[in-house]
Design a protein around this ligand. Structure first.
Ligand code: SER
Length: 338
C-alpha cells in the first residue's frame, strides 16, 4: 500500500515551519506542500514534494489529486488581517475561494479513495467583532458562539470558511451515518495571535508582539502600532503547532464542534514590552499608534474560553506568558540573532 499523504497549503508561512518539523518527526505520512513561494532550505529538505504555485490554480490541484492519495490537509494559506484590508478582493479570492477549492478537492479525494479526508483549518480571533472597548472589557473570555460580527475582510473570510467547512463536514457525518464512505472531516482551531521565535509574521495585526521581541533582539528601535493597554490573547508557536496536530489525530466521535477556541495567555502590549525590556535591557520601544490597526485589535476579544477544546481533544498549552518568554522566545531568539 502507498504511504498516505498529508498536504499543507501555505507551507512556507509561520505555522508551516513548525508543522513541517512536527510531521517530519512523526514520519507517518509523505509530506506534500503548496506555497506561492519556494520553501526555505531548513524546511524544504523535510518535505517529499514541494509544489510552487497558487491554491487558486485548479489544474495544479487536479494534478495533485491524480498523483497522491491525500487523507489529511492542513490548509494554512491565507492573507492576514492588515494585508487583507489593503487588498480586500485579493484576500477574498485567496481566503475564501481558495478554501472552497480545497474543500472541493478534499471531497473528491475522499470520494475517490473511499475514506474521509481530515481537513484542518486555522481560523482566528479575527472572527470576532466586539462592538466597543467597554463591551470587550466586560465580556472577558468569549466562547465560540459569542460576538461573531467581524469587522475586517480577513475576519469575515475566516468566519465564513468555518461555516462552509462545517457545511462540508455535515455532509460527511450524514454520509457516514448512512454507511457511505465519508468525505470531508473538517476541524478548525480558532487561534489567538501566534508568536514564533524562528519566523516573523507578515501582514497581521497581532504582529506588534512578535515584531517588538524580534526588533529588541536585533538591537533595533521599535514603534508599537497599538496602545499600551491593548489586550488580546496570544500563544507560543510550538503550542499552536501541537494544537493542530492534536486536533488532527483526535477521535472523531469525541468532537462535539467543528470550530474550537484555543488560547494560552493574554497580556497587554505593555506587559509584553516590560518582559522584552527586561530581557534585552537596551531595547527602545515606543508607542506609535496606528488608528486603523488599533481599531482592528480593539474589536478582538481580550481573551477566549477554550474549555471545549480542552474537554473534547485534550488541548493543553505548555507555555503560559512567563514560560513562553523564559523557556521559548527569549532563549531561541537570542540564539537566532547571536
Ligand atoms: N495573527 C492574525 C492577524 O493578525 C490573526 O489571525 O491577522
Amino acid at each position: 500500500m502507498r504511504k498516505p499523504v498529508v498536504l499543507i497549503t501555505g507551507a512556507g508561512g509561520e505555522i508551516g515551519h513548525g508543522l513541517i518539523d512536527g510531521l517530519a518527526q512523526r514520519g507517518d505520512r509523505a509530506i506534500v506542500t503548496i506555497d506561492i513561494s519556494r520553501l526555505d532550505d531548513t524546511i524544504a529538505k523535510k518535505v517529499d514534494r514541494e509544489v510552487t504555485g497558487s491554491i487558486l490554480d485548479r489544474a495544479l490541484l487536479e494534478r495533485l489529486m491524480a498523483e497522491y492519495e491525500i487523507d489529511l490537509i492542513f490548509h494554512l494559506a491565507a492573507l492576514l488581517s492588515t494585508r487583507s484590508e489593503f487588498t480586500p478582493v485579493a484576500a477574498h479570492q485567496v481566503n475564501v475561494e481558495g478554501t472552497l477549492s480545497l474543500l472541493e478537492f478534499a471531497q473528491h479525494e475522499g470520494e475517490s479513495h473511499g475514506r474521509p479526508v481530515v481537513f484542518i483549518y486555522p481560523s482566528s480571533i479575527a472572527a470576532y467583532g466586539l462592538p466597543s472597548l467597554d463591551e470587550k472589557q466586560n465580556a472577558g473570555k468569549v466562547s465560540e458562539d459569542q460576538y461573531l460580527h467581524p469587522t475586517t475582510m480577513y475576519g469575515c473570510n475566516k468566519l465564513y470558511c468555518e461555516l462552509i467547512g462545517t457545511y462540508y463536514a455535515r455532509n460527511y457525518k450524514q454520509l457516514a451515518a448512512e454507511s457511505h464512505s465519508g468525505r470531508v472531516d473538517f476541524r478548525c482551531a480558532r487561534f489567538p495571535g501566534l508568536i514564533s521565535a524562528l519566523t516573523l509574521p507578515a501582514g497581521g495585526t497581532s504582529d506588534y508582539a512578535p515584531e517588538m521581541i524580534h526588533a529588541a533582539a536585533r538591537g533595533e528601535n521599535y514603534g508599537c502600532f497599538v496602545r499600551s493597554d491593548t489586550q488580546i490573547p496570544f500563544m507560543a508557536m510550538p503550542d499552536g503547532v501541537d494544537a493542530l496536530l492534536a486536533l488532527a489525530s483526535a477521535p472523531r466521535d469525541g468532537l462535539q464542534r467543528t470550530a474550537y477556541n484555543v488560547g494560552a495567555f493574554s497580556p497587554t502590549a505593555e506587559d509584553i514590552r516590560n518582559v522584552v525590556v527586561k530581557a534585552f535591557p537596551g531595547a527602545e520601544i515606543a508607542w506609535a499608534t496606528d488608528d486603523k490597526r488599533q481599531r482592528i485589535v480593539d474589536s478582538w476579544p481580550a481573551d477566549v474560553d477554550d474549555n471545549a477544546a480542552r474537554r473534547d481533544w485534550g488541548f493543553s498549552p505548555r507555555y503560559d506568558f512567563h514560560r513562553a518568554f523564559s523557556e521559548y522566545l527569549i532563549p531561541t531568539i537570542r540564539k537566532r540573532y547571536a
